[in-house]
Ligand binder design. Structure first.
Ligand SMILES: *Cc1c(COP(=O)(O)O)cnc(C)c1O
Length: 363
């Protein structure tokens, strides 16, 4: 709560701490802005004659919209996508509303009014959304057509002349299988080409990150990478092109000697095979470091490899410090989080590995 009644406006931390200075956080997300910018430039280059935009929904896939959007804007990105209307203002803090499209479209009067008041551009996804936008006297919009994914968008039977009264900036569709070599990609591309002929528009956009790697007939005027901006590698063509952008880092809270035969952590799933020195680290599943990593994850410190042992707790993990016996309380370690490898190791998708990174890491 801030600035209530006659009280002078104060910053949140002063209110909650009575003026005490908050100590630095004990877990954080490392963020490489240069790598993010390089990834966008690489994807823009690979998009050929098309321009690359950026999907920044879900807090830029969990990586932090307040650092991602300015970095991408500086690199040259001019089109941003969020899913929800309520995600718009955080992006508008950095770029004009006219560069931001809202993928879920206007679902009710409140969202339509918000679009008109802010200038955020709706992606119209259904006949009802088209009617709602027209009835509100809405101007420039985007239009999503379905080409086989059966998620959002107008089906081909609804691509009639009535749409030509809309002021469509970007005509969009979305690929269901771009990360695979699947005949569906060509079918979707062919149907999208029919939409391009049938519906008047300024720009056409089909490809997500993986779609960019499918080649020039998928590029059209504008591409919409998300995952690969943040270090995801959805297709092998992007291997060696895409750089890592984020990694969870956390502080060692305590070290301890564990005698051979003793167990470590919840449910005593790990038994020390010999005397061990372990570190208890300040990150857990409440930070998005899920229990999938129990007994499988790895942290690093200056080249030393520190395996996760036993179960991941809500706020802590235990590491085997055998390779870095000098580490102690207050030292920091970094999770091995290269997305394609982390996905294989954890069983989570690269998308989940990013988007579940918790609020705490952003404090
Ligand atoms: C999220 C999203 C993207 C980005 O997809 P990636 O696979 O992350 O590159 C592009 N287009 C639409 C419609 C999306 O919802």
């Amino acid at each position: 709560m801030r600035g209530q009644g006659a009280e002078p406006e104060v910053v949140d931390s002063d209110v909650s701490t009575g003026g005490a200075v908050l100590p630095p956080q004990a877990a954080r997300l490392s963020f490489d802005a240069a790598a993010l910018a390089d990834n966008w430039r690489a994807l823009d280059r690979m998009s050929g004659k098309a321009q690359a935009g950026a999907a920044v929904k879900a807090n830029a896939y969990g990586t932090g919209v307040d650092r991602v959007v300015p970095t991408l804007a500086k690199a040259g990105c001019r089109q941003f996508y969020v899913a929800h209307w309520r995600e718009g203002p955080a992006v508008m803090a950095h770029v004009p509303a006219s560069m931001i499209s809202v993928l879920h479209g206007p679902a009710n009067d409140a969202e339509t009014a918000f679009a008109l008041a802010t200038g955020l551009r709706p992606v119209l996804n259904s006949g009802q959304q088209v009617e709602r936008w027209r009835a509100a006297g809405g101007g420039v919009c985007d239009l999503m057509v379905d080409t086989g994914m059966n998620r959002l968008g107008l089906a081909d039977r609804d691509w009639g002349d009535a749409l030509n009264t809309l002021e469509i900036d970007t005509l969009l569709s979305h690929l269901a299988c771009a990360d695979e070599d699947n005949a569906m990609n060509m079918r979707q591309q062919a149907l999208f080409s029919q939409a391009i002929t049938a519906i008047r528009h300024r720009r056409a956009s089909l490809a997500n990150s993986a779609g960019i790697a499918l080649g020039s007939c998928y590029h059209h005027d504008l591409t919409r990478p998300g995952l690969a901006l943040y270090g995801g590698v959805p297709r092998s063509e992007l291997d060696g092109v895409i750089r890592d952008v984020v990694a969870p880092q956390a502080m060692i809270l305590q070290t301890r000697q564990v005698p051979a035969g003793a167990t470590i952590g919840y449910n005593a799933t790990f038994t020390a095979p010999a005397d061990m020195r372990i570190g208890i680290v300040s990150i857990g599943y409440a930070d998005g470091y899920l229990r999938n990593w129990s007994g499988r994850g790895v942290f690093c410190h200056e080249g030393a490899v520190l395996p996760v042992i036993g179960r991941v707790s809500m706020d802590m993990v235990a590491l085997d410090l055998a390779q870095a016996m000098q580490l102690g309380e207050g030292d920091w370690v970094t999770a091995s989080y290269r997305l394609p490898d982390a996905a294989r190791c954890s069983g989570l998708s690269q998308y989940e590995l990013l988007t579940l990174l918790g609020q705490r890491l952003h404090c």
